[in-house]
Design a protein around this ligand. Sequence first.
Ligand code: ATP
Ligand code: TZE
Ligand code: MG
Length: 276
Amino acid sequence: MKSKSQQNEWSSGVWAHLTTVRRQSPLVQCITNFVSMDLVANTLLSAGASPAMVYSVVEIPDFTPHIHALCVNVGTLTPDWLPSMKAAAEFASKLGKPWVLDPAAVSCSGFRLKACLELVELKPTVIKGNGSEIIALSSASRGHTKGADSSHESPDAIEAAKSLALSSGAVVAVSGAVDIVTDGKQVIGVHNGTKMMQKITATGCSLAGLVAAFLAIDSSRALEATVSAMSVFGIAGELGEAMANGPGSLRMHLIDSLYGLDETTVLKRVNITRLG
Ligand SMILES: Nc1ncnc2c1ncn2[C@@H]1O[C@H](COP(=O)(O)OP(=O)(O)OP(=O)(O)O)[C@@H](O)[C@H]1O
Ligand SMILES: Cc1ncsc1CCO
Ligand SMILES: [Mg+2]
């Protein structure tokens, strides 16, 4: 059971993070899959950040040094894209810029699993996946996922997430009914969101992009920034669902709700607890 003062502490932190993103409008480079490019970019814009879907390997040396954060998502990975992802991740790590790895459908092939393991070596600040993806990546062995969707509830992934966080040095975030965020020691649960968000493709990818934006404005507190981004996205989903008739209109209302989030609503709806 969370105490009121703990809850208030989280709530005011979430609101402070969102207002800082709106004020600073961090530039977030997203090398993400074709399915998600539109929703990720619109999510970032609605939150007040500045998205750039720059992914050609020839542009990375000029562009990546100017970004504030990077998001890499392997959802439609091909051998042509991997060098871009690695080059951008290397720049980000070398220049001390935060970056997020989304190991989308990591266990769908040996190629993708190997690529993700190589990307983990490049020191992501945060690894954000669904339960299946975090379990597969953590055990570094081939599993069985249903394409890009999760077949595990996120609590199954807590131990896997902690172990991946400790071995990689990243904060690990698991999206699901309860989002889990851990640095290997602390485990935080974010209880915002709605089930129907799973019926819109690329909500998880968009969440990873949003995490990158929040890291950009508070990179020394990666766990807290990640928790805030997850709560904000979940609240936007909750508000969106109240106006929606199904997934299509939820997609639209989620974006509108994210754009319009105000302090009273955030303070009232943040639902974060310490799980360990
Ligand atoms: N059962 C649920 N209840 C509440 N929120 C949920 C539920 N399932 C998912 N969510 C929310 O939906 C969003 C996307 O999470 P999800 O785990 O579906 O991502 P994903 O599998 O990576 O999606 P995609 O690969 O399509 O981008 C997150 O904000 C998460 O909190
Ligand atoms: C459906 C789908 N297939 C590859 S990436 C993607 C978007 C969700 O990850
Ligand atoms: Mg995903």
